[in-house]
Structures are given as structure tokens and as C-alpha cells.
Design a protein around this ligand. Structure first.
Ligand code: IVH
Length: 668
């Protein structure tokens, strides 16, 4: 007979299990056997099944949930997630310090130096101490809700400890994989015939996007928290904030990886120490992050574009390796541009095996005098694709000769074009199979229509066999057509047809992305979808409408307008719709009937009746936008008590300054 537990005993058991998790995961020193742990876990599950209403949100059973759901829901960050500006030298770092001094008009400024973890950013929202959700960075404003996956990371507390817990805080951190876990994961993938991940960062980001939390749990993700979203920290400095994060039970960097510096010299000392320690670290970093320690100054310093002025990354030089170029091949891109690629003797570099490196273009090959058979240095830093940096001329084989771009397209044989003043060589044949394959592959890719089972090899065959020539043809494929593909049997045919069918219902953002418009990547596609609301509106955008969208520049606006002007493109879109592709409407969050609609606000000083977040929410709900810094584009500066430099800037630029009183009146 099983023991019947009282509620009090249940709560005790939860606390006991949290302790065991800590011993096991944080200290790596379990005090009970795995078997005993499993037994207790079963007990916990049993009680919770009996009394679902007892289940505490912090119970370890809540880390892995059961059924996977398709896709992720997007949610808005309370405070946008920004990126960091990069510096690559002591001079650039010194320039940044100079700017900070000038803007703050202060002599003594201190800094917090941290590791720049090479993973993927995450934002954790805690309300009354409970984990509410975890969002990826997404486009900075909205991210994917990956809460279920984050809960598989044992060191993420479901409930914060301690008494000084604010009502609501948005904690920022980095999800990453240790090098050991990364290597084991890749070895396993290769055993199973799956493509290995290029680096730990991609593996971490990919793992976060898995649909089944049980699979995510196997990836053994890790996390480090390094900040509380702007204006929310209960502490006055960044260093205190990190201590605070640790004190409430969140995982933070080890103390030796956080330094308090008072000038460039101090910062540099930390950078040098970390650079030395780098090769012994259990995880990858791509530099250090330097932040102004005083959090009030963050507000004063504000934001430029997507990066704050209060912090900067100092990136380490990329890692290098030496290897031989066995061949130089030429790839035909989506737009016909020919890209030479070095086929390398495989070499291990910065956590992954490299066998190809882009050579960019013919000019680059000529400038560096790269030839087939050369021993070369390749480098790979952070997010860049491996590239060839230099040739070791002493090791050059005698028989080698300079490389020349082929005169004919390696795929279709058309004479290659090279316009004066352009570096690119192009295959001018729009019917070129190489281009077609790339376009189709791009259309079907994960970031666009996300058609599973439609990899490069499949696309190549579809084009070769004349089954598909433009993207809309994908939606005419049937069993008979697919049975012509090599190795395609009943099951694979069914799978591909099902994926194609599933892609018919897509978001507007994916659809826009899939069109392959120049300069339009995921973020821009999302912006456009948000702004347009539906396809019809998008198709009617004029260049000036596009320019008015915050985040879309001139080049991009022009490229989109050109694309939408082209009859062939519009016909192809019609064909897609005709074949049942139906990009969903984006919920138009914004109201258009309020005086705030379309207006850009900047907040400064302390408001008597609202927190900054509450005021921002009120503005956004009414269709307005909130920006971190004052510019000519700002419509209103809402000034509370003790306004900062934003107030002066607004005056200088003649931006309308409104009081809290006026703001309250305007609300309704
Ligand atoms: S602070 C305002 N601190 O680097 C931006 N970021 O390149 C706040 N990162 O998106 C970021 N380690 O994902 C900060 N100690 C650290 C970091 C860190 C890694 C990542 C983060 C950010 C990216 C920017």
C-alpha cells in the first residue's frame, strides 16, 4: 500500500527534491542515488496526479511537460532586447570610454566587465517570484515562447528565493552548451547519420527551438543570467545586480569572470586574463562585455539604433587553423551571382570540422593570390562563416597557377556576365537550373515556408526532372510526380506531400520572407507583416509607406518597391494563392484611432502615477511607440520628476515635451 501524503508532506517533498536537484546539478554532488531520486520523483508525480490542485509551480515535475505543441507562440518583451556594439581593438574600446565620459559629463566612471557568452539570448519573466515565461530574442520586440524548453534546464529556478523579490522582473541571459556536451551531441548525430551542428551556439539555438521538451532535456542546455531588463533592477549597479541575481537563485557567471574596472587599463587587464583563460574554458566565449556600472547612467546614455550606449563588446580575434585547398569550385546563387568556394582538407577549428570556406569573389582571390593546392590559414570567429585569410607562399606547389573565374556558368553553360565596376560575376540566365535550385531551396527553407523533407538534393532532382521550375509549381506536385524521384517510396512521398500541404497555411512574415526580396531577412519580413496586417496591404505598399516604417532603410524600401512593381513577381504570387497558399493575417495590434497612434514617445524622469512599463504599455496599446532616445523622429517626450539629458535634447531639437498631467488627459 502506498503511503498517503498530507499537503504539508507534499510541500516538504517538493522542497527536498529542489535541494536534490541543487546538489546534483549545481554542485555535481548528489547525496542520494539515481534510483532513490527516481523513486521520490515518482512519488511526487503520484501525489500530484491525485491532487492536481496541490501542484506547486516550482515542483521539479513541472520542468518537463508532456505533449509537444506545434510551433511556438510569439510574445512581446516588456523591454525590447537590444544587441551590443562590437569593438575589436584597444583603440575602439578607448573611443567608447571617451564617448561615455563626454555624454555623462563625469570624471570618475566605473565599469563591470563580463564574459561574452557565445550562445543564444534569452529573457526570463518572473512575476511575484514565479517563472512566467521565457522568450528568445526574436526580432528584439517579440520572441518565441520557449518556456517549456527552458524549464528543462535544471539550474533555472521556477521560483526565485529570498524576500526582496520585485513584483515583476525580466531577467536577461544566455543559453549555451558546454564544449563537452556539444562534442558528444555532434558525435551522436554523426553516428545517426544526421548533419552535425556547426558550433555550440547553433546547437544551443537549435535545441531551444525543438518542439519536444523531452528532446531538449537530452541536450543538456546551460544558462547564465547577466542582467535585469532596463530600469527594473532593484539594485543601483550592474555588479550588484549580478550578485542579486545569484542571491535569488539564478545562475550567474563565476566571480572570477566578473570584474570591477575603473578605466581602460582595468578593462584591458580583464580582457587579457580572459583571453589567456579562454582555451581552458568549458564553454565558448567570443569576447568580453563592458558595461557602465551605474545603472542610472544607462538611462541617461540611451540607445542608438539597436544598441545601447552603456555597454560594448570587445571581441577576441577569431581562431585560426592551417590547411590545404584541394579545389576551388563555383556556386551559383539565387540571383545568379557566382561564388568561388575553397574545398579544404578537413580541419578542426573553434569547435567544428571545416571542409569548405567561401572565397567571396574573384577579386578577393586575385588580391590574396589564392590557388588550388595552396596551404592557407583559415579563420572562424563568432558568427562568421570560415574564411581564408592568407596563403603560405613558401609552401606553394611549383606547378600551381592563378585561378580564373570560369567564362561559362558551371551549371547551365551560359556565358558569364561581369559588369564594369561590379565585383560580382553573374550567370544572366534566369532559367539557369543552379539559380532555380537555390531559389526553390530558399523558398522551402526553415526560415521561409519551412517545408520539411525538401532539402537541396530533393530540389535538385525536382528541377532536373522538369517537375518544378518556379516556386508555385511545388504546389502542383502529386504522387505520380514524386514517384519519379530517386529513392522516393510511398512513405517519403506521403511525408513530402504532407509538408507541402502544411506550408499552405503560413504566416504572412514567412510568406514575405520566402519571396526572396533583396535585403529582406526574417526580421524585416516580420516588421513588414506586422505593419501590413495582411497580404493585400503588403502588396500595395509604396516606397514612401515603406520608408515610414521604423527599421526599414532606403535601400530595403527601394528593393521591396521594385519587387512589388514587377508584373512577373505579382503573377507568381497570384499563382501561389491560386494553389491554396494562404498567408495568415497578422493581428493588427495597433489602434489607429487615437491621438497616440503612430507617434513616437520617449520617457524621462520619474512619473508619479505610473511605472515606466505601465506608461509604455498605455502608449503602445493606443498605437504609439516608445523609443529609448530622443531624435528628430520623436513626437513627444513625456517628462516626469528629475528628467535627464533626454529633456535637454528634446528642447534642443524642438521636440514637444509633455507633463504627466497632460499625458493623463491625452490618454482618453
Ligand atoms: S548584455 C544591451 N552581457 O551578446 C544588450 N550580453 O552581441 C544586453 N551576450 O544579445 C546584452 N554575454 O545574447 C550581455 N555578459 C553579457 C553577454 C551578452 C553574451 C550576448 C547577448 C546579446 C549579444 C550581443
Amino acid at each position: 500500500m502506498k503511503k498517503v501524503l498530507s499537503r504539508q508532506q507534499y510541500i516538504q517533498l517538493v522542497e527536498e527534491m529542489i535541494e536534490h536537484d541543487k546538489h546534483y546539478y549545481d554542485e555535481c554532488k548528489p547525496v542520494i542515488s539515481d534510483r532513490e531520486y527516481d523513486r521520490l520523483m515518482h512519488e511526487l508525480l503520484r501525489v500530484e496526479k491525485q491532487h492536481p490542485d496541490w501542484t506547486l509551480p516550482e515542483s521539479p515535475t513541472q520542468r518537463v511537460s508532456e505533449a509537444p505543441t506545434k510551433g511556438f507562440v510569439q510574445k512581446e518583451h516588456l523591454v525590447p532586447m537590444l544587441s551590443l556594439a562590437n569593438t575589436y581593438s584597444q583603440e575602439e574600446l578607448s573611443d567608447w570610454i571617451g564617448r561615455v565620459h563626454k555624454l555623462l559629463e563625469k570624471k570618475a566612471i566605473d565599469y563591470c566587465c563580463e564574459l561574452k557568452m557565445d550562445g543564444t539570448a534569452i529573457s526570463l519573466l518572473y512575476e511575484k517570484g514565479h517563472l512566467v515565461h521565457a522568450l528568445t530574442r526574436g526580432n528584439g520586440r517579440k520572441g518565441d515562447d520557449v518556456t517549456r524548453n527552458i524549464k528543462t534546464i535544471p539550474s533555472v529556478p521556477l521560483k526565485l528565493k529570498g524576500v526582496h523579490i520585485p513584483e515583476r522582473i525580466e531577467v536577461r541571459g544566455e543559453v549555451f552548451l558546454s564544449l563537452a556536451t556539444f562534442r558528444a551531441l555532434n558525435a551522436q548525430r554523426e553516428d545517426e547519420g544526421q548533419e552535425p551542428f556547426a558550433n555550440p551556439r547553433n546547437a544551443a539555438a537549435g535545441s531551444l527551438k525543438l518542439l519536444d521538451p523531452k528532446e531538449v532535456a537530452k541536450r543538456k542546455l546551460n544558462i547564465v543570467c547577466y542582467a535585469i531588463a532596463e530600469g527594473q533592477s532593484p539594485k543601483a549597479t550592474q555588479i550588484e545586480t549580478i550578485h542579486y541575481l545569484k542571491s535569488v537563485g539564478l545562475p550567474t557567471s563565476k566571480p572570477e569572470f566578473v570584474a570591477h574596472a575603473h578605466n581602460l587599463e582595468g578593462i584591458w587587464k580583464f580582457a587579457e586574463k580572459i583571453l589567456k583563460a579562454r582555451e581552458h574554458l568549458a564553454f565558448e566565449i567570443d569576447g568580453i562585455v563592458v558595461k557602465v556600472n551605474d545603472l542610472r547612467a544607462h538611462d541617461t546614455l540611451g540607445v542608438t539604433g539597436k544598441t545601447p550606449r552603456y555597454a560594448v563588446a570587445y571581441k577576441f580575434a577569431p581562431e585560426e587553423a592551417e590547411t590545404r585547398i584541394n579545389d576551388i569550385t563555383v556556386q551559383v546563387g539565387r540571383t545568379g551571382v557566382l561564388t568561388p568556394v575553397a574545398e579544404l582538407e578537413p580541419v578542426f577549428l573553434a569547435g567544428s570540422t571545416i571542409s569548405r570556406a567561401t572565397l567571396h569573389n574573384a577579386d578577393e582571390i586575385e588580391r590574396k593570390d589564392i590557388r588550388i593546392g595552396d596551404m592557407v590559414t583559415i579563420e572562424k570567429g563568432g558568427d562568421v562563416i570560415p574564411k581564408v585569410v592568407k596563403v603560405d607562399f613558401r609552401k606553394r606547389p611549383k606547378s600551381s597557377h592563378p585561378w580564373k573565374m570560369p567564362r561559362e556558368c558551371p551549371v547551365c553553360g551560359t556565358k558569364v556576365e561581369h559588369r564594369d565596376g561590379e565585383v560580382a560575376f553573374r550567370c544572366p540566365n534566369p532559367k539557369c537550373e543552379g539559380q532555380r535550385v537555390r531559389r526553390l531551396f530558399y523558398f522551402a527553407s526553415k526560415h521561409a515556408m519551412d517545408i520539411d523533407h525538401m532539402g537541396e538534393k530533393v530540389v535538385e532532382q525536382l528541377v532536373e526532372k522538369g517537375l518544378v521550375s518556379r516556386v508555385s509549381d511545388i504546389y502542383t506536385l502529386d504522387e505520380a510526380a514524386l514517384s519519379q524521384l530517386e529513392g522516393f517510396k510511398e512513405k517519403s512521398i506521403h511525408n513530402l506531400l504532407a509538408s507541402i500541404d502544411a506550408s499552405r497555411k503560413c504566416t504572412l512574415a514567412r510568406f514575405i520572407m520566402a519571396l526572396g526580396i533583396k535585403y529582406v531577412g526574417t526580421e524585416t519580413a516580420e516588421l513588414l507583416a506586422d505593419e501590413a496586417g495582411d497580404l493585400d496591404h503588403f502588396l500595395h505598399f509604396k516606397e514612401e509607406d515603406l520608408l515610414a516604417i521604423d527599421g526599414i532603410g532606403e535601400k530595403t524600401a527601394q528593393a521591396i518597391a521594385e519587387y512589388l512593381h514587377d508584373k512577373d513577381n505579382l503573377h507568381e504570387i497570384k499563382r501561389l494563392l491560386h494553389h491554396g497558399v494562404s498567408p495568415g493575417k497578422t493581428e493588427k495590434r495597433k489602434r489607429t484611432d487615437h491621438a497616440f497612434s503612430g507617434k513616437i514617445f520617449v520617457l524621462t524622469g520619474t512619473l508619479a502615477h505610473y511605472t515606466r512599463d505601465a506608461a509604455s504599455d498605455l502608449i503602445k496599446e493606443r498605437g504609439g511607440k516608445v523609443s529609448g532616445s530622443v531624435s528628430k523622429k520623436t513626437d513627444y517626450v513625456l517628462a516626469g520628476e528629475d528628467p535627464g539629458s533626454k529633456y535637454d535634447k528634446a528642447k534642443e531639437l524642438g521636440v514637444s515635451i509633455i507633463s504627466e498631467e497632460k499625458f493623463r488627459k491625452m490618454l482618453d
